[in-house]
Design a protein. Structure first.
Length: 393
């Protein structure tokens, strides 16, 4: 492999490596790959680092401001590299982020969870910039890694960057949901795109005893969690969730995006059934990377939640049924002991959500790592602590 040592050995990059080691995600077996495979080598000139404080993506162009560009490349933040499936070119952000470079702490945490050994064959679903495939290839060698990307332009750029660094995974353009049977069986399948269904193809293409590592979540929202599934010889995969994550969804599994007006037309607000709840905003709106939204998605089927911004001390949270046009809204108001609730349609969505919240509290508010997923030819089942006590999702 070749690399520009002057670029790789930047002070900011050394600080990033120290941060990753201090937080326990950069293990000794991955340290040589981190040292050799530079994130910056995979990033485009124009990119949009995500500011974790302002929650906004800010354009940075290496041609205009190289110092800021390299500082962003060496920061532990996600960086958007494509908007709107390539239709938007910038310089400002587009509407929907569709390709990115994940936070380095997330990348190396997942590689640690993957537990690869020399001689293993890995399928990397969601090539993106190509960095993850590059790190895997540095660790496992030529021919061990297959990386698949649905966007031809994104795949081409990643392949060019990989070859420039002397890294040669098999770079494939295609639908990652279908895997890549021509290179199977794999010892490991690792996805860096969010999914709501573990593809049967991934299980079929993973050898018995192999592992699938993927960000999985429900239709309820974007509160996904990484699941580590071990494949058995009876076409079943089962394992626990390891950590909260949020990835861009596999293109075939985006959405749905309920249209508020459709629900209001079917059940106008002034005809909804009013009530109230003792659940407080602090108990319910727990924020990103917390367990409650994930659990609500596990317990409330075919429902989408939308948390609105707070205005004048009031925050509405909406719930939309995905099986009919039922809806619910809870209005949290600063200084009020109870929150107002409205429900419309055959489903009593807030009642379902409140029951799920009560179930979580009654079980001791378990963390995401106590939950697991089992995938069989009959479907997906989640469980708390024991696979024998599961329910379908």
């Amino acid at each position: 492999m070749t690399a520009d040592a002057a670029r790789v050995d930047r002070p900011g990059r050394r600080e990033l490596g120290l941060l990753l080691r201090e937080c326990g995600v950069l293990s000794s077996d991955w340290t040589p790959a981190f040292a050799a495979v530079d994130r910056a080598a995979f990033l485009p000139d124009l990119m949009w680092p995500y500011d974790l404080e302002t929650k906004a993506s800010i354009p940075v162009d290496r041609r205009e401001d190289p110092d800021t560009w390299y500082a962003a490349a060496d920061d532990n933040v996600p960086i958007v590299t494509q908007w709107d499936d390539g239709a938007h070119q910038g310089p400002g952000p587009g509407k929907l982020a569709t390709s990115s470079s994940s936070m380095p702490s997330v990348v190396y945490a997942l590689l640690k969870d993957l537990e690869v050994d020399d001689g293993m064959r890995v399928l990397d679903v969601g090539t993106g910039t190509g960095e993850t495939a590059g790190v895997l290839s540095h660790r496992l060698g030529v021919g061990a890694v297959t990386t698949i990307e649905v966007d031809p332009a994104v795949s081409a750029h990643a392949g060019e960057r990989l070859r420039r660094l002397g890294l040669y995974p098999e770079v494939v353009v295609g639908d990652g949901f279908a895997g890549h049977p021509g290179r199977a069986p794999f010892d490991r399948v690792m996805a860096t795109v969010g999914i709501r269904e573990i593809p049967r193809a991934w299980i079929a293409q993973t050898r018995p005893g192999g592992v699938i590592l993927a960000p999985w979540g429900t239709l309820y929202g974007n509160a996904d969690a990484m699941v580590r599934l071990k494949v058995t010889d009876d076409a079943t995969a089962s394992g626990r969730f390891t950590r909260h994550v949020e990835f861009m969804k596999l293109r075939a599994q985006r959405g749905p995006d309920p249209h508020h007006g459709d629900y209001m037309a079917a059940g106008p607000f002034d005809e909804a059934t009013p009530s109230s709840t003792d659940i407080t905003e602090a108990e319910f709106v727990t924020g990103q990377y917390t367990t409650l939204p994930f659990v609500l998605g596990l317990r409330v089927q075919k429902c989408r939640q939308a948390v609105a911004d707070k205005r004048d001390g009031a925050r509405p949270v909406w719930f939309y049924s995905l099986s009919d046009l039922s809806w619910a809204c809870v209005m949290f108001q600063d200084g009020e002991r109870k929150a107002a609730v409205w429900q419309s349609g055959p489903r009593r969505l807030w009642d379902e959500v409140a029951d799920a919240h009560r179930w979580w509290r009654d079980h001791g508010t378990p963390d995401v790592t106590r939950f697991g997923l089992t995938v069989t030819p009959d479907g997906h089942h989640v469980w708390l602590d024991d696979p024998a006590r599961s329910w379908a999702v």
